[in-house]
Design a binder for this molecule. Structure first.
Ligand code: DQA
Length: 144
């Protein structure tokens, strides 16, 4: 059974409370439940969140070591973290899939969100569909 790591960056532990007009009213626990449902019996899924860049990098190394595909919402790290980008590149250059996801559409927001330093090393990017961005990413991994 394939294993998918669904990794979430800073402030996404505050889903449900944080800017509900942008990110919706559902929580990280709701996201976890939905991801389990979307994977059905085709993959095991682990949903994690950290505010810590070093911890996120460690999880990306773990994905390589475990040969797990990744759904990554790098949150604000998206826009400036070359360290996350380099770790993400190890995943895709290692032959695994890494789908960058965003709940909102960063290109429709402030200008600093228009740059993703992770996107160029990702397998693909899905943004702007709320929690459904994760559903689409999981099915992209399962169906391709
Ligand atoms: C986000 C978009 C980022 O710009 C922002 O910093 C986040 C969340 C999203 O899921 O829409 O924290 O990645």
């Amino acid at each position: 059974m394939p294993h998918i790591l669904v990794l979430n960056g800073p402030n996404l532990g505050r889903l449900g409370v944080r800017e509900p007009d942008v990110y919706g009213a559902l929580t990280l626990v709701d996201l976890d439940n939905s991801c389990q449902r979307w994977a059905t019996d085709r993959a095991t899924v682990e949903v994690r969140q950290t505010d810590n860049e070093a911890e996120m990098i460690g999880w990306l190394h773990e994905a390589v070591d475990r040969q797990a595909d990744v759904v990554l919402n790098p949150a604000a790290f998206t826009h400036y973290s070359y360290a996350i980008r380099d770790a993400a590149a190890m995943v895709t250059k290692g032959g695994l899939r890494l789908i960058e996801v965003h709940i909102s559409n960063p290109y429709a927001r402030e200008e600093f969100r228009h740059l993703s330093v992770v996107g160029p090393v990702a397998t693909g990017t899905i943004a702007g569909f709320g929690f459904n961005s994760y559903r689409l990413a999981i099915s992209a991994i399962l169906d391709s």
